[in-house]
Design a protein around this ligand. Sequence first.
Ligand code: GLN
Length: 196
Amino acid sequence: TATIGVLALQGAVREHIRSVKESGAYAIEVKRKEQLDEIDGLILPGGESTTMRRLIDSYGFFEAIQKFGEQGKPVFGTCAGLILMASSIEGQKDAHLGLMDMKVARNAFGRQVASFEAELDIGRIGEPFNAVFIRAPYITETGVEVEVLATYEERIVAARQGQYLCTAFHPELTDDNRIIAYFVSMVEGTLQTVAS
Ligand code: GLN
């Protein structure tokens, strides 16, 4: 059984923990970087990316998370977590963790539609999937290794690059666990590779 950590510095932590458990994996709240050694996959939750980045730095997580990913361990970023994973951010000089080869725009759906729900067709995960967007970003450019998993009004809102997965919306806020379950299966896949 896979153990999945949810970075618990800020944001929608508890909801991810519930969803991971309901998907049949162990879930722990990660508050110290040493805990990364105890987990097989990491979720970067939604919240506020600038605040989360500040906390990532003050708790010494920055290089530790990059190293975690470089070992081939899966990382899943939702909303602010997606922003943290991008290699480039529209209108900003610096990005954050740079795990995925993509450019993102923050708060990109505009003020009037700050929060909304939409039915998405997510090819390998579920159709339709009811997605909850909250001051969501979207992906404006992707590198060749990035696979687009879902779009909403022609904007990219879910993607995967190897062991990295991200969604602009919040899959943990509904009872539909299919995306978290998909991430759990990505993590379980890496455990089988190690064992054989
Ligand atoms: N707009 C937020 C940010 O830029 C993300 C919002 C969210 O995670 N729900 O960090």
